[in-house]
Design a protein around this ligand. Structure first.
Ligand code: P1T
Length: 377
């Protein structure tokens, strides 16, 4: 079955009670039981909810996974997956991730005995020496937020598996339409559904997709025990969002490529980070591993003042955190999404005070370019 057919039909069975074509929002906290222990498979809505179950079936299918779990945010999905790691065990973390992911490791998980090391996984040969006898997981984003570094998922999976470690890929930047990490050996895919999967900047959510039955049992157990579940209404919104994922991603990809080319040629811009550019160090890998390059672009303006001028002069692009919605969002990683990364680490990665990030939306391309052009004078 093709991607869009799966996106529109997986999990979206007509409602058994009424025939409703769209999965209803089952806004209930509990379910009536006929007798003690006799019920329809639904007991309490933290544990099971039909709207959430439909979304879980849907996104798992899009990622090519057997199991899927929807969470209250991308961070709670990542946190649940990290509960596969115990105190005294070690994780290799890509050195550039969303700032909140770094903060979860450095400020939270480290308090519970989870060890981690940062590694530039864009060069898979860096990985081998980072393994320790207690390494249980390799956690990467590709492309990374915001520097757009690409990691070879097949190479990383092969190395990690040879060391008995699992590979987790945060696929938020690409969505399953542009990249399916499990096809390259990745064990677990996480998402912030807040971004492309929902696509309309009106819901916060997260997802974990995986194939291993034992790990899925544990993540389901964590989902129920901790309770960071996605609400029925948010599940409905994301389920609606994924139906148009393919057409939205095609439009983001087309506009993203054009904006990256425009910025590359602009005299005020010193550097553009976008894997679709032939000058990107992992351009060939991105072409192999991804179905497109997407709508995320970062660029170097040279100083905080220059960045501020662009960020405060745009009229159609909206200054704000987040990404992946239909509207173009523009942001300043150093003070916004990556403020929790130490300044020296930010500098070494290229997250300078002059770096600006754009989540290119699906407005008319000429309007986005015209807006950036007038802001860059
Ligand atoms: O915001 P939340 O739904 O909890 O998702 C966290 C998250 C996880 N992974 C990646 C790659 C992300 O980009 C994010 C959230 N990112 C932003 C809010 C941002 O503006 O980059």
């Amino acid at each position: 079955m093709g991607f869009s057919t799966t996106a529109i039909h997986a999990g979206n069975e007509p409602d058994v009670a009424t025939g409703a074509v769209t999965v209803p929002i089952y806004q209930t906290s509990t379910y009536a039981q006929e007798a003690l222990g006799k019920h329809k498979g639904y007991e309490y809505a933290r544990t099971q909810n039909p709207t959430r179950a439909a979304l879980e079936t849907n996104i798992a299918a899009l990622e090519g996974a057997r199991f899927g779990f929807a969470f209250a945010s991308g961070m709670s999905a990542t946190d649940a997956v990290l509960k596969l790691v115990k105190a005294g065990e070690h994780v290799i973390l890509g050195d550039n991730t969303y700032g909140g992911t770094f903060r979860l490791f450095s400020k939270v998980l480290s308090n519970y005995g989870v060890e981690f090391d940062l590694v530039d996984t864009s060069d898979a040969s860096n990985l081998e020496q980072a393994f320790k006898p207690n390494t249980k997981m390799v956690f990467v984003e590709t492309p990374t937020n915001p520097i757009m570094t690409v990691t070879d998922l097949q190479a990383v999976s092969d190395i990690a598996h040879a060391h008995g470690a699992k590979v987790v890929c945060d696929n938020t930047y690409m969505s399953p339409y542009l990249q399916r990490p499990m096809e390259f050996g990745v064990d677990i895919v996480v998402h912030s559904t807040t971004k492309y999967l929902n696509g309309h900047s009106d819901s916060v959510g997260g997802f974990a997709a995986l194939n291993d039955e034992k790990d899925a049992e544990w993540i389901g157990f964590i989902q129920n025990s901790v309770g960071a579940i996605l609400s029925p209404f948010d599940s409905f919104l994301v389920l609606r969002g994924t139906k148009t994922l393919a057409v939205r991603m095609e439009a983001h990809d087309k506009n993203g490529r054009a904006v990256a080319n425009f910025l590359t040629e602009h005299p005020k811009i010193q550097k553009v980070y976008y894997p679709g550019l032939a000058s990107h160090p992992q351009h060939e890998l991105a072409k192999r591993q991804q179905k497109g390059f997407g709508g995320m672009v970062a660029f170097e303006t040279g100083s905080l003042d220059n960045a501020r001028k662009v960020l405060e002069s745009v009229k159609i692009c909206t200054l704000g955190e987040s990404l992946g919605g239909v509207e173009t969002l523009i942001s300043h990683p150093a003070t916004m999404t990556h403020a929790s990364v130490p300044a020296e680490k930010r500098e070494s990665l290229g997250i300078t005070d002059g770096l600006v990030r754009i989540s290119v939306g699906i407005e008319d391309l000429e309007d986005i370019i015209e807006d950036l052009d007038q802001a860059l004078i």
